[in-house]
Design a protein around this ligand. Structure first.
Ligand SMILES: NC(=O)c1ccc[n+]([C@@H]2O[C@H](COP(=O)([O-])OP(=O)(O)OC[C@H]3O[C@@H](n4cnc5c(N)ncnc54)[C@H](O)[C@@H]3O)[C@@H](O)[C@H]2O)c1
Length: 430
């Protein structure tokens, strides 16, 4: 599709992610026009309407309603919760939309493969919001690998410190805390990481093994006499790092706006009243959570490249260490915070080289500029020839999901999972 007019964007789900993408898109009216949004929460639709500055913007109360209106845009942003991606993406593809799809593609392996088949049948594009692929940091890592400076690729070690409060907010109290209602942590949070390791390796994963469990955010770890809610006068309230009343003070931003529509303007009393009934007011040790708070993966890629990935609730930020036959590349959050650089290349012979990455837009924050990078790429991705590969299209991102699903199977079954077998079992080539 070649077009000189702005790409018309609509969204299913007008929550935090849709707001981020539409705000970024609204900054480039030559390329994007926001024409519609659907969400059962009217205030969220109104936020997108204001962002759009488009008098003809159309609001809808649900995915069903916007899909019933036919194809009213060029690209549908699917930014509902994980469990709905499959249905909403399928609905959009069937109407002939190209789709910007939030991760994960779907919450079951067979559904992910079904989306891939449908997109190929209807010859439409799906760009997956793996924003880290568009972040300046990871782009630099990829460039260094591709430049040959590391020699032949040997191994990739990646880790993600989710951060203790973030873990409690999202994976203990929040949307992704109960695996059966959402999806396993390795998918819901860390499909970004299986994707980054797969993308950097540049080849398919052949086998994966994984271990992990939930050990800390459990009732037996609760402070003595902690009540079910932090609003009920917890004796450990002053010293507990997970005290929900911090949503009224030092940890109000950026967390509260993700889950409470009145986060910007509400008084502390109002927030406290909301916490009395909201999931985010519960004692972090007394929730119904079963998402793991630690998990490791060992991966083998084609050609014998090896990869490891560690997810822990109890560190902050992502790091990578990549070993090649001619050098090692190390970088990530601690380098940025404490060593005033982002990446260090240590050749096996010669002097170290330091890199400080400047994101062109969006700075290093906000997924390392990845959110802005993704929206910047969206126009070209959606208008290039249909057969040209996308930067984050299904042909590569589906496999990143399969690594995550296979890892979860390995963790639960206690065995090494062979990816080819796993994909076949879930309907690949069906
Ligand atoms: N790419 C990333 O880095 C990244 C980061 C965070 C979240 N996410 C993913 O983005 C997605 C959205 O996350 P979020 O934080 O914006 O969530 P959110 O809860 O803020 O937004 C989801 C919205 O969908 C709406 N919704 C629910 N049912 C609907 C329906 N039938 N029709 C239309 N709208 C409906 C909800 O009311 C809500 O406003 C999730 O899948 C999440 O995993 C991705």
């Amino acid at each position: 599709m070649k077009t000189n007019r702005p790409l018309r964007l609509a969204c299913i789900g007008c929550g935090a992610r849709a707001q981020t993408y539409t705000q970024l898109a609204a900054g480039n009216p030559n390329r994007f026009q926001i024409v519609a949004g659907a969400d059962p929460v009217p205030e969220r639709v109104e936020k997108i309407r204001r962002t759009s500055a488009n008098p003809a913007f159309r609001g809808f109360p649900s995915a069903e309603a916007i899909l019933a209106a036919g194809r009213i845009a060029d690209v549908m942003i699917v930014a509902t919760q994980d469990n709905s991606h499959f249905e909403h993406c399928q609905g959009a593809l069937q109407l002939g939309y190209n789709v910007l799809l939030e991760k994960p593609i779907a919450t079951r392996a067979a559904q992910v493969l079904a989306v891939e088949r449908l997109a190929s049948q209807v010859r439409k594009r799906v760009m997956v919001c793996f924003v880290l692929r568009f972040a300046a940091f990871y782009r630099k890592v990829k460039d260094i690998i591709d430049s040959g400076a590391l020699g032949e690729l040997v191994s990739i070690q990646a880790n993600e410190g989710v951060n203790p409060w973030h873990q409690a907010h999202s994976f203990v109290r929040g949307h992704w805390s109960v695996v059966n209602k959402s999806s396993p942590m390795i998918l819901s949070k860390c499909c970004h990481d299986t994707d980054i390791v797969h993308w950097l390796a540049g080849r398919r994963c052949t086998r994966v093994a994984s271990f992990g469990s939930l050990e800390f955010f459990r009732p037996e770890c609760a402070p003595a006499e902690a009540p079910a809610r932090c609003t009920d006068g917890c004796p450990a309230g002053d010293s507990c790092p997970y005290n929900a009343l911090r949503y009224t003070s030092d940890l109000r931003f950026p967390w509260l706006p993700m889950v409470y529509d009145r986060a910007q303007e509400a008084s502390a009393d109002e927030i406290t009243a909301w916490l009395r009934t909201s999931p985010w007011g519960r004692c972090a040790y007394r929730c119904d959570n079963d998402a793991v708070d630690r998990q490791v993966l060992a991966m083998e890629f084609e050609g014998g490249v090896t990869g490891t990935f560690t997810m822990t609730a109890f560190a902050t930020g992502r790091h990578v260490e990549i070993c090649g036959t001619r050098g090692v590349l190390k970088g990530g959050e601690s380098f940025r915070q404490h060593f005033d650089t982002h990446l260090v290349l240590l050749p096996h012979e010669g002097e170290p080289v330091r890199y400080t990455v400047q994101a062109e837009d969006g700075g290093y924050e906000l997924h390392g500029g990845g959110d802005a990078g993704l929206v910047n790429a969206l126009y070209d991705e959606m208008t290039k020839p249909l057969d040209a590969p996308l930067e984050a299209g299904l042909d590569s991102t589906v496999h990143s999901h399969m690594i995550a699903f296979a890892a979860e199977e390995s963790r639960l079954a206690g065995r090494v999972v062979i990816l080819e077998e796993f994909e076949r079992t879930h309907g690949k080539d069906a």
